[in-house]
Design a protein around this ligand. Structure first.
Ligand SMILES: NC(=O)C1=CN([C@@H]2O[C@H](COP(=O)(O)OP(=O)(O)OC[C@H]3O[C@@H](n4cnc5c(N)ncnc54)[C@H](OP(=O)(O)O)[C@@H]3O)[C@@H](O)[C@H]2O)C=CC1
Ligand SMILES: Nc1nc(=O)c2c([nH]1)NC[C@@H]1CN(c3ccc(C(=O)N[C@@H](CCC(=O)O)C(=O)O)cc3)C=[N+]21
Length: 273
């Protein structure tokens, strides 16, 4: 993809705001910056110490809102506990909300006949994986395990928009295995290593594993390795298709972030068809 030609020589810009120094957040931010570099998106970064005030974060967001070279703003979550996530996310200009977390974008995602400016990257990546693998969504039964604002809930809304019949399973759901066994499409976004076992999967179902869970592994270089929410070995015996962890939804999330940023720049320059 030649980004320059797609933006008439105007270069898209992504600003990432990282508060604190959580190891996992630092890793994600690093891979986002690397991906931007690969495709020619300019990335800006603001790192604030963990004890910064909410007002300081809001000021950075406002600065990027006003900067015409910035087309996307991402505030890495989770924020430190003393900050109000709702206020910070709502401060991001809806036109630069490449994460798709602004209440206006989420609200439109939930409504029939409305089109949000941006769709959250991880759920969009899940749907993109299904579409590109020619998995029919229309008329199928889908189960989403997890109902977070950033993955489970928007994933369920997107599946519904694609004409699936959707059930959401969460921590108060009795018999999650039984419900999941009815699904043609399973999206697991829980944060519990290997929660979904082989006997949760209907033969032939398609399984998308969003989970990224570190588990101890003395033989690994860092002393741990990453596994999904799905027991891959078992589920792969039942599923017709399944995404791995790592190397599945994670890289797609980053690809969708780049795409949202490019779309935003095109929109800003009046180039979006
Ligand atoms: N690949 C990627 O790009 C991304 C991966 N992730 C990964 O996805 C996973 C989920 O992330 P996120 O949505 O932010 O997590 P959250 O912790 O915000 O949400 C987890 C959800 O899972 C539900 N849940 C927890 N335990 C169970 C259980 N035993 N049975 C059924 N449901 C359960 C919770 O239910 P309740 O609401 O009742 O508490 C909640 O809705 C994590 O491993 C995270 O690292 C996250 C973002 C992007
Ligand atoms: N505002 C905001 N937006 C996000 O999109 C957001 C966030 N906050 N907070 C945290 C979660 C998590 N997330 C991931 C992105 C890429 C990988 C990824 O590429 N993972 C690699 C492995 C990476 C590794 O080796 O550590 C893979 O799955 O292959 C994982 C997780 C985005 N999130």
């Amino acid at each position: 993809m030649r980004l320059k030609s797609q933006t008439n020589g105007k270069v898209p810009g992504l600003a990432v705001v990282l508060v604190g120094s959580r190891k996992d957040s630092e890793t994600y931010v690093r891979s986002k910056k690397k991906a931007c570099k690969e495709v020619g998106i300019i990335s800006l970064e603001e790192n604030l110490p963990v004890d910064s005030s909410e007002e300081e974060v809001l000021n950075i967001v406002r600065k990027f809102n006003d900067d015409p070279s910035v087309h996307g703003i991402l505030v890495q979550l989770p924020l430190p506990k003393h900050m109000n996530e709702e206020r910070v996310l709502a401060a991001i200009s809806v036109e630069k909300d490449v994460d798709g977390f602004h209440p206006l974008n989420i609200g439109k995602l939930a409504m029939q006949g409305r089109t949000p400016l941006f769709v959250p990257c991880t759920p969009r990546g899940c749907i993109e994986l299904l579409l590109r693998s020619n998995v029919e969504i229309k008329g199928k039964r889908a189960v989403v395990i997890g109902r977070s604002n950033i993955v489970g809930t928007p994933a369920a809304m997107l599946l519904q928009r694609n004409q699936a019949t959707v059930t959401v399973v969460h921590s108060y759901t009795p018999n999650p295995a039984e419900i999941t066994r009815e699904a043609d499409i399973v999206i697991a976004a829980v944060g519990v290593a290997h929660l979904v076992r082989g006997d949760w999967i209907k033969p032939g179902a398609v399984v998308i594993d969003v989970g990224i869970n570190p588990i101890e592994d003395p033989s690994a270089k860092k002393g741990y390795r990453l596994v999904g929410d799905v027991c891959f070995k078992e589920a792969a015996m039942k599923a017709s298709a399944i995404t791995p962890v790592p190397g599945g939804v994670g890289p797609m999330t980053i690809a969708m972030l780049l795409r949202n940023t490019l779309d935003s720049a095109k929109r800003a320059y009046g180039l979006l068809d």
